[in-house]
Write a protein that binds this ligand. Structure first.
Ligand code: NCD
Ligand code: ZN
Length: 346
């Protein structure tokens, strides 16, 4: 197969940032994607409906002229979140989900949740109104090995939460382990997971073997190859509980390459080419549309897009600019480590 036309995809986990960075990266997503769930971890975070409305307006202003891209806004759950403000924002369609960051788990998560019991009344409200909860599923206990933090979270936080609030609609964000895949598969209802582009392609050797490669460092950190293979199997299976969330998270090169570099992989630019490559390698091109375009809206109870994109396999590798220039500095585009032959067009 050399061309594949699919329903236009959506990105169910995206960092657009703010200011100059927002202006530089928003067009990269708007090119191929119709909608994206916008992460609220700005500094300061997007906590109230008012914050979300203002951020949404800044995103709209950053889009290229004529773009019909739709940002799907989220609120950053804090221990002082007002459930009434949240419920009104969800009822108005201003927000599509709420994001739970365990405090200290990742970039700009200091205002996150220290003890889940302190937000239980908010989560109860969300279960009642059907508002989805996106979870960064890693424990923050410094005594837990960083490669085990996702599995520990499932056991100690996620499973008890699901038992306590079975009606809460949860998205386990950017799962990176076979444990995460198996747990989602075992759930009868109200649990789905996003999988990133880069976690389908890299394992921890890409970060650490033969020299340290900061551009592959993100959170949750990539795990060993067995886990990557489980993610590829889940993503390409067509199972409606798995869908694309790129977690494209731009940081400038100086911030990535310093002594204590930031976590985040920027993959907005070439995600669809990377995914076509991965799915083709598995002999599963026919399930790409489910993963990138159908399963997400179905879980979020939103209509699927009416427009399409066409992926075309070129005879020669497609050249992507290796960096996006921004006034803050260059942002390196995810390098899958192999040539890309698929290009996307509208
Ligand atoms: C994200 C960021 O930079 O905001 N970084 C990352 O490594 N994924 C935060 C996040 O989603 O964990
Ligand atoms: Zn993220």
């Amino acid at each position: 197969m050399t061309t594949l036309t699919i329903t236009r995809p959506d990105d169910w986990h995206l960092h657009l940032r703010d200011g100059d960075m927002l202006n530089a990266v928003a067009p990269e997503t708007a090119r191929d994607f119709a909608r994206a769930i916008i992460m609220p971890n700005l500094v300061p975070p997007v906590v109230t409906a008012k914050d979300a409305a203002a951020y949404r307006a800044r995103i709209m202003a950053a889009l290229p002229a004529g773009s019909d891209f739709q940002p799907l806004m989220t609120l950053y759950l804090t221990e002082t979140t007002d459930p009434a403000d949240l419920a009104a924002a969800f009822a108005d369609g201003l927000i599509s989900a709420v994001k739970l960051y365990p405090a200290g788990a990742t970039t700009n998560s200091a205002s996150g949740v220290k003890n889940i019991n302190n937000v239980m009344h908010v989560l109860e409200k969300m279960a009642e109104i059907g508002c989805p909860l996106c979870i960064h599923g890693e424990v923050t206990d410094p005594s837990i090995d960083i490669f085990d933090r996702e599995a520990a979270f499932i056991e100690t936080v996620l499973d008890p939460l699901r038992n306590r609030l079975p009606d809460l609609r949860i998205i386990s964000e950017h799962i990176t382990t076979k444990d995460g895949v198996d747990y989602v598969r075992s759930a009868a209802q109200n649990l789905a997971a996003t999988i990133t582009t880069h976690h389908l392609i890299i394992n921890r050797n890409h970060i650490l073997a033969g020299g340290i490669r900061p551009h592959y460092y993100c959170l949750p950190v990539a795990k060993r190859e067995t886990h990557r293979l489980a993610l590829v199997a889940a993503a390409t299976s067509g199972d409606p509980r798995f869908f694309l969330g790129t977690d494209s998270a731009p940081h400038t090169d100086p911030n990535k390459l310093m002594e204590c570099g930031c976590a985040g992989v920027f993959s907005a630019t070439n995600t669809m080419s990377c995914l076509a490559h991965v799915f083709e390698s598995e002999g599963k091109l026919e399930t790409l549309e489910k993963f990138a375009s159908l399963n997400g809206p179905n879980y979020y109870r939103l209509p699927v897009n009416e427009t399409t994109i066409t992926l075309t396999k070129q005879p020669d590798p497609v050249q992507f600019a290796p960096k996006i220039e921004t006034p803050d500095g260059p942002v390196t585009v995810f390098d899958p480590g192999f040539p890309l032959y698929w290009s996307a067009s509208q």
